[in-house]
Design a protein around this ligand. Structure first.
Ligand SMILES: *[C@@H]1O[C@H](CO)[C@@H](O)[C@H](O)[C@H]1NC(C)=O
Ligand SMILES: *[C@@H]1O[C@H](CO)[C@@H](O)[C@H](O)[C@H]1NC(C)=O
Ligand SMILES: *[C@@H]1O[C@H](CO)[C@@H](O)[C@H](O)[C@H]1NC(C)=O
Ligand SMILES: *[C@@H]1O[C@H](CO)[C@@H](O)[C@H](O)[C@H]1NC(C)=O
Length: 274
């Protein structure tokens, strides 16, 4: 069952007989099984363990710790090769996670061991390049303009309705500055009557948010560019009418011998039939 090598053509008849079993195993596979592949992604229970280890390790510090990245710390190639040659639960390198957090305006790169539930290393990253943005900080930053009085004034001056404004976040890039801070540019759009917000940008307004302060630190309203109209900006297939709309003539795709692949947990294997 755990043979992950690509089957040769000579093995095909055997595989054909095994196919029903493989298909059954798709549904019976348990991702929390101790017998998983070393490169399987972290499971929800593992994410919970990681979260509680990291939070408890920095507990009492009363800081705003945020998770920017959590993923598998991949075992060395040698360990994977040795596991492939003898797939037993004991011949299994310990599961490790790689975590990037933001704490006290510093970026921490943490490696932790899931078997011993302990932090192995914690390195403060000081180079350029921000940690990956997380959803929460992007959402919070994109909503700041909507309650920022100068922005509300700009929208009013354009004769627009602030309830119909949505904003989005954009990274500013790094152009060789010696000192860089975590800032995002916020661009806003006008929805009123369309879902295609990118067709209706509110140009001429610059909003810069400092993520560590979670505050607007720069604001300019330099010029009023007319907002394009909402008509004819619809792009959703379901809303299109001929000649652009869906014209399906009942095409059918058949695979009489079944799919050419089998999924086992997080492993996809090709199946060759003759
Ligand atoms: C944590 O974040 C909240 C909300 O942004 C802020 O009010 C508070 O001062 C922060 N605490 C620390 C210790 O930085
Ligand atoms: C496979 O690994 C197990 C546990 O590490 C070990 O006892 C066994 O001897 C190994 N088998 C081979 C063929 O290397
Ligand atoms: C919003 O869209 C409606 C319908 O197209 C239009 O009548 C109205 O004037 C628009 N309002 C604003 C403030 O742009
Ligand atoms: C502004 O938009 C909101 C939400 O779409 C709507 O309920 C409200 O009536 C609009 N206000 C004006 C003045 O058009």
């Amino acid at each position: 069952m755990e043979n992950h090598s690509f089957p040769s053509k000579a093995m095909a008849p055997t595989l054909k007989k095994l196919l029903p079993f493989f298909l059954f195993s798709i549904f019976s596979f348990s991702p929390i099984s101790s017998h998983h592949h070393p490169l399987d992604p972290l499971t929800p229970p593992e994410f919970n363990i990681i979260r509680s280890i990291v939070l408890s390790s920095y507990a009492g510090s009363n800081h705003n710790l945020t998770f920017q990245y959590v993923g598998l710390d991949e075992p060395d190639k040698q360990d994977i090769l040795s596991w492939l040659s003898n797939q037993t639960t004991t011949n299994y390198s310990p599961r490790r996670a790689f975590v990037i957090t933001r704490l006290n305006k510093q970026t921490h790169e943490i490696i932790l061991d899931l078997s011993t539930k302990s932090i192995i290393s914690d390195k403060i990253y000081t180079g350029h390049g921000y940690p990956v943005l997380n959803m929460e900080e992007q959402t919070t930053a994109s909503e700041l303009p909507l309650t920022y009085p100068p922005f509300m004034e700009s929208i009013k001056a354009r004769g627009l309705n602030i309830s119909e404004v949505v904003c989005s976040t954009y990274s500013v890039g790094w152009f060789g500055e010696r000192k860089s801070s975590r800032v995002l540019k916020i661009l806003c759009y006008y929805t009123n009557g369309t879902v295609n917000i990118y067709a209706r940008p509110l140009e001429g307004i610059t909003v810069v948010v400092d993520l560590d302060e979670m505050k607007i630190k720069e604001y300019h309203d330099k010029l009023k560019v007319p907002v394009p109209k909402a008509e004819d900006t619809e792009y959703r297939l379901s809303e299109q009418k001929p000649p652009f709309g869906p014209r399906l003539n009942g095409a059918t795709i058949l695979q009489p011998k079944g799919p050419g692949f089998v999924i086992e947990g997080h492993t996809i294997r090709s199946v060759f039939t003759v």
